[in-house]
Design a protein around this ligand. Structure first.
Ligand SMILES: *[C@@H]1O[C@H](CO)[C@@H](O)[C@H](O)[C@H]1NC(C)=O
Ligand SMILES: *[C@@H]1O[C@H](CO)[C@@H](O)[C@H](O)[C@H]1NC(C)=O
Ligand SMILES: *[C@@H]1O[C@H](CO)[C@@H](O)[C@H](O)[C@H]1NC(C)=O
Length: 782
């Protein structure tokens, strides 16, 4: 049988070389975010905007200001040619130019963006007015305001501190906002500067969501109770967000081809000056140093204004070093499964049953009937047994236009996962007369499955099941047959949670001494609100309309934590964003509902701290953590100093002149008062090595309490904590301790590494405050 991967690699290679040719074009303009010395504005300019316009016209006849930034950043954005950029950089008041990145939402519907979520909830204080003064800002694709999830029944007046606005636009009168949705804005300047004018028949020039992702994430964070929620009959029940009483403000920054940095920074700027308490960002790109990362810069400004920023970790898993949005002032959220799934098994002509997952809700296959089954990658062109020739890869993936109706009509078609969206494969099969589809993982995908609202009877199977089906088709002496048996919604699934296969993993590519992701939250097959503009599969031909939809991604996990952060802030108004994150991390759990260590969906093996960080969030315990690890803005500056950022690059992030001399004396970047500990040793021939961490805990539990430490040292290490007892006399009191980690070097090949994890647990008998401790040994290449 034709292995699909070599062809796939060729395709990827082709795409890459095209990009290279494109990039060699000279004088191509691109958007930059420009930081200026804010206080240097000459008094002749009435506003900063006038000054920026004048700076631009001094170096260009065509460039214009896209956005100006005042709150989390000082400066503006503009599209510039390389020579204009160079001239602008030479102006005395210009600090730096940051090239724009294009980001995309973190759902698994890549490459289309769609979003989804659902709420497994805790019943946490849902019946009170709890959290109703809190505002969650969702930076995303906008909102469909008419959904029941956004009704304002029984909510009090808009909190008096709110300074935001409901900005009207296409199909979005100012009356679209209410006492639930209290703010809505959109930012398209960066998008249109690069992409050209938006197509207003497919997109709304307003906060209205033409995609679905933002409606979905907003309702996960703060959707009201809606009874009888379901999508196409699946996942029936009451839907509600994590903080049903919290207010929502939406900042639309994602458009048809993604989310542009210049618009994202404008959204952070507006959200912080509007007065949000939490900013939720289910969007990301590639990891770059923090002074070049506009999300990190915007989030720093937000965090130093007391705004909790949660961001999705990304869907680049299960491989290592895939985690994104890794700045230590951001709470980085990976995805886990719920104890609910949607079985839809494949029954083969030889009697074998292959387990699958689907939320297809239309007319099914005829019960009891077996259908002919074919593998799209084999036999389509040239009469069977061949590799499919040059088109082998596109047909095995069921890319648009790759299937021959003569080959698939009346049959169930097996398509390989990858490249195009999962639902688009189903659309291609349906268009060519196929009666059903089996979406089969390859080795790279492992066993991780995502349920989709396919446009025809279809199910998804893992790599093992996929191999079984492909080999049955290839080896069957009689014509191969199969059917798909849909079993609806199954609850109480064990084990759960499991780390979702796609969830992006550590180690942290930018700051290995900060463990990322921080936590995981539900992100697989989540039910949440959905717009009328888009069918639940997300493919253009899908004419079905549903109030709710089921989607997967770390995009769906992030707003769970955003909503939870709002609840924690409501219960503890004086907590900083770092204290809220600490509460979430130190109370997180790492065992599943069978009492076993949490597994990894991609392998079925036990997962690790690089997969889940501190673990899965536990909302009720996070309300009362006992101790917190707090972090101030100056602690982050010290961290940047100790991470070898220069005073100039630190200024770009913090807008302040940093004095790094004190920080350098105080130690190393691992001394940031983080609730997790990560020691990285480079083995330069030494047998024994040691490092230490200083930590400070703040008592937020009972005034008089005595905490004792329990150490679970990573294998092969000696860990000591001094003192081993902390005696608190009052609430708010801070006490320090020192953790010393000694290792005995292990033999590693050049470039190899060894990772071991353990934990440090403080307990007063009532609270358990757990910090993961991970030790990495790396053998340098030479
Ligand atoms: C806008 O989108 C519609 C629908 O896809 C399409 O028919 C139309 O040609 C597009 N207009 C432009 C100017 O691209
Ligand atoms: C999963 O565990 C099995 C059995 O311990 C092991 O052979 C396999 O290599 C593991 N897989 C991965 C991807 O770590
Ligand atoms: C910073 O630079 C010093 C000196 O070169 C080096 O020892 C240290 O490991 C660096 N720290 C980080 C976090 O890169």
């Amino acid at each position: 049988m034709a292995p699909p991967y070599p062809s796939l690699l060729i395709l990827l290679f082709l795409l890459t070389s095209q990009v290279t040719c494109y990039g060699s074009e000279k004088e191509k303009s691109k958007t930059f975010i420009i930081q200026v010395q804010h206080e240097a504005k000459p008094s002749i300019f009435p506003t900063h905007k006038h000054w920026y316009d004048s700076s631009l016209s001094s170096i260009s006849t065509t460039a214009s200001v896209i956005h100006t930034y005042h709150t989390v950043f000082h400066g503006f954005s503009a599209k510039l040619s390389p020579s204009e950029a160079q001239k602008l950089q030479s102006l005395a008041h210009v600090i730096t130019l940051i090239p724009e990145q294009l980001r995309s939402p973190h759902t698994t519907r890549s490459p289309e963006f769609l979003g989804l979520t659902t709420a497994d909830r805790t019943g946490l204080l849902h019946e009170t007015d709890f959290g109703s003064d809190l505002v969650i800002g969702v930076i995303d694709t906008g909102i469909w305001p008419e959904r029941q999830s956004f009704n304002d029944r029984g909510l009090g007046p808009v909190p008096s501190k709110w300074k935001g606005k409901c900005v009207a636009g296409e199909n979005f009168p100012a009356s679209s906002c209410n006492r639930k949705l209290i703010g809505a804005r959109w930012f398209s300047g960066g998008y249109e500067a690069t992409h050209g004018k938006m197509n207003e028949t497919t997109e709304f020039r307003s906060p209205r969501d033409s995609d679905g992702h933002g409606t979905h994430t907003a309702s996960i964070a703060a959707g009201r109770y809606v009874s009888q929620a379901s999508t196409l009959g699946y996942a029936k029940g009451v839907a509600a967000g994590m903080a049903p009483k919290a207010r929502l403000a939406v900042y639309k920054v994602c458009w048809s081809d993604g989310c542009y940095d210049s618009d994202i920074l404008a959204a952070f700027d507006a959200a912080v000056s509007d007065g949000v308490d939490v900013a939720s960002l289910s969007v990301g790109g590639v990891v770059v140093p923090y002074h070049l990362d506009v999300i990190a810069i915007g989030a720093f400004g937000a965090a130093s204004a007391g705004v909790f920023v949660s961001a999705s970790a990304g869907n680049g898993g299960p491989g290592g070093l895939t985690v994104t949005n890794v700045a230590p002032w951001v709470t980085t959220v990976g995805a886990g499964t719920l104890d609910r799934d949607f079985p839809a098994n494949v029954k083969l002509g030889n009697g074998k049953i292959v387990p699958g997952i689907s939320i297809y809700g239309g007319p099914g296959l005829t019960p009891g009937r077996m259908y002919p089954i074919v593998y799209a990658g084999v036999g389509q062109f040239g009469g069977g047994g061949g590799s499919g020739g040059v088109d082998g890869y596109s047909s095995s993936l069921c890319l648009e236009g790759s299937l021959d109706p003569k080959f698939v009509k009346g049959k169930i078609v097996v398509c390989d996962r990858g490249i195009n969206s999962r639902a688009a494969k189903g659309e291609e099969v349906k268009k060519n007369g196929g009666v059903g589809m089996i979406l089969a993982n390859g080795v790279f995908d492992g066993e991780g499955l995502v349920a989709d609202c396919h446009v025809l009877p279809a199910t998804a199977v893992g790599a093992t099941g996929g191999d079984e089906i492909r080999s049955y088709i290839g080896n069957s002496r009689t014509p191969a047959t199969a059917t798909i048996v849909f079993k609806g919604t199954r609850l109480g699934v064990r084990p759960a949670p499991v780390v979702a296969s796609f969830s992006a993993r550590g180690p942290n590519p930018e700051s290995p001494e900060i463990l990322k992701p921080d936590v995981i939250a539900p992100g697989l097959n989540i039910l949440a609100a959905w717009p009328d503009h888009v069918g639940p599969s997300g493919v253009p031909s899908d004419g079905r309309r549903t109030e709710f939809n089921i989607l997967s991604g770390t995009s769906m996990a992030c707003p769970h934590v955003s909503g939870l952060a709002a609840l924690l802030k409501a219960a503890h108004p004086d907590w900083s964003p770092a204290a809220i994150r600490s509460a979430l991390m130190t109370t997180a759990y790492t065992v599943d509902n069978k009492g076993d260590p949490m597994l990894d969906e991609s392998t079925g093996n036990v997962s690790s701290v690089f997969d889940y960080g501190a673990g899965h969030v536990h909302p009720v315990k996070a309300m009362n953590p006992g101790l917190v690890y707090d972090i101030s803005t100056s602690d982050y500056v010290n961290f940047l100093c100790n991470s070898n950022y220069t005073t100039n690059t630190i200024h770009v992030i913090t807008r302040r002149n940093a004095d790094c001399s004190g920080a350098k004396r105080a130690g190393h970047s691992g001394n940031l008062n983080y609730p997790s500990l990560s020691a990285v040793f480079q083995l330069y021939g030494k047998k024994r090595m040691a490092t230490h961490f200083i930590r400070t805990v703040t008592n937020v539990g009972d005034p008089n309490s005595v905490y004792k430490v329990t150490i679970k040292p990573p294998r092969g290490t000696v860990v000591t904590v001094k003192p081993d007892t902390l005696n608190f006399r009052r609430v708010g009191q801070k006490l320090n301790f020192l953790v010393r980690v000694q290792i005995r070097a292990v033999k590693l090949s050049p470039g190899g590494s060894s990772v071991k994890s353990g934990s440090i647990v403080w307990s007063d008998g009532k609270h358990t405050v757990t910090s993961p401790l991970v030790v990495t040994m790396q053998q340098p290449l030479d």
